[in-house]
Design a protein around this ligand. Sequence first.
Ligand code: ADP
Ligand code: MG
Length: 687
Amino acid sequence: MPLTSLKGVGPVIAKGMAKKGIERVDDLFYFVPIRWLDRGTVRRISELEAGEDACVVASVDSYRSMFFRHARKKGFEAVVTDGTGFLSLKWFQWSKGYLQKICRKGTVLFLSGKVGNFGGILQIVHPEVAVLGDDENPEATRRVIPLYSQVDGVKQGSIRNIISEALNVLDPSPGGILPRDAEERFGIMGFNDAVRYVHVANGGDFREDRGNEGIRRLILEEYLHFQVTLMSRKRKARCERGIAFSTDGPLYRAFLGNLGFELTGAQSRATSQIISDMGRDIPMNRLLQGDVGSGKTVCAVASACVAIDNGFQAAFMAPTEILAEQHYLNVHRWFAELGIPVALLKGGMGRERRDVLEGIRTGATPIAIGTHAVIQGDVEFHKLGLVVIDEQHRFGVEQRKRLKDKSRFPDVLSMTATPIPRTLSMVVYGDLDVSVIDEMPAGRQKVATKVLSDDDRERAQAMMREEVAAGRGVFVVYPLIEESGNNPVRDAKSMAAELQHRVFPEYRVGLLHGKMSARDKEDVMARFREGELNVLVCTTVIEVGIDVPRATMIVIENAERFGLSQLHQLRGRVGRGRERSRCILLASTKRTHLATKRLRIMEKTSDGFAIAEEDLKIRGVGDMLGVRQSGMPAFRIGDIVRDIDVMIEARKMAEELTAGISEGEMARLMRHIGDRFVDERDLSAIA
Ligand code: ADP
Ligand code: MG
């Protein structure tokens, strides 16, 4: 039911609530209060002491814009009173409209924050504020009041009214997805009770411990929805008919025999897991996870050999054209000797494209490599048997879905180095089988990493000179392509010119960035790969996948602007051969203390998982991966890191709940859950 079906919800309220992600009636139950107000939590101003965290309910007495001399800043001050004394509220950054709206004289505010003493006057700087209606002062009403985070254009009272309206409409039983007896068996609070305790509905006596347990129960509920969705998807996939490939064919054996190196133990293990999936007649849906440089490509190509051995085709999809080009060059090199034609599909191919498409359509070309161009409408495969998705986290679900052949179900192998901490990947890739490559090819050395300040640039350049003089390649990465406004950040274009003319006039400096044409990009990449270019100045276009073993040094400018996981990926561009490699992180002298602390982690460790865990601790999961990019689902209350234990509990319950239930029962559950996790924020690799 849409929110607007509730009495009292007009367009203004609906719009405000939508901004908080509340669109359906049941979303409301998960909009949990930030705290509950009662007489115990609210303090009188006369009793406040500097240094304490306090909640106050008071009305606005006066307000003004002002200049804070000590802070040399403009600011806004409001003075409030609760009849026992006066309290000053200060804002140094504020949105004028917002404060003017809430600071009308006489408006009753709920305030909370750390109390300070400024020249003998009690103050709270940047308090948390909510506007209360007349009947909402807990002192006056002697009731417990749930306090919700401020919604644009919606008063606290309206939020409460809407929620109790929702409860009335759905009464007697909104219900969770667990049947009552299961709630009892698992020993958890009933869903309906949880909703009532949390939102302090239907009068009753409020207890904070029950409220908190209620919140946990609601988190469990949304995690259950998520996990049951995963189970349902996995189940569907199991019913699909796939191709049972016979394994250990001639191409497969020839490929591994001609490689010129032995697979690592981890690569062999992963490859045999993949191949055993391919041997079964249910479609493979496997994720191959392995740190940067661990050698995932070879495993994928070996699997492609299996498909080809069986008379099927393989499609290989990479997120960028330069990466697709690189895969093409590698696979072409490997397959040329074996007499297997390889197609590269990319943008702007002109007439050539027709021939390439023809080869794919007739089956004459057994393997096609490209960006999402591989799955564009006019690409028709003769017999598609395997789809490899490299850097899987870079693709939207929509693109991945379209890969699926219309009549049959090819096996799908996704690959990622996205270092999702182990605890999370277990939950997040719930409907995929996962293989992990946790071993680097022999002879790899740790990339020596050093954080330097901007003003040490010359030292970094001296090191670059050493590498270049020894005939090796150097990447220099900038956060921006070109200068923009008065942004203090360095940009690739002007620095490429500077490095060429002023610093390395005797060497050749190339430039690579995302806005260049595909042809120019390829050209530059090829020249760098072959050693014709000594230094490659670039943006993060090289972030994923690029493999140039002769490059032994990477310098990353404005390193403080990058996330740790991104730095790890960038650093993974070097240290791919036997040569000792180094990575210099040049950070602004103006960086914060925290930034330095983060960068030091890069010096200490080269383990992608460890770096991911650190990143996670510092930045939180949404920030680290970006919800869209990673496909990490957005939960309404649950925090996937903080509440990981609840997620694990939910997983067990979901398994138990769905084990052996009928199709009809599963469909009923899914109707209840809706399609919340089946949209683009959805996390599974292939729907
Ligand atoms: P990633 O897992 O980051 O995609 P790649 O597949 O690009 O890594 O492999 C990185 C480099 O290591 C490539 O140059 C590849 O040829 C090489 N490589 C892969 N496996 C081995 C191995 N077992 N022994 C030696 N070199 C290997
Ligand atoms: Mg790769």
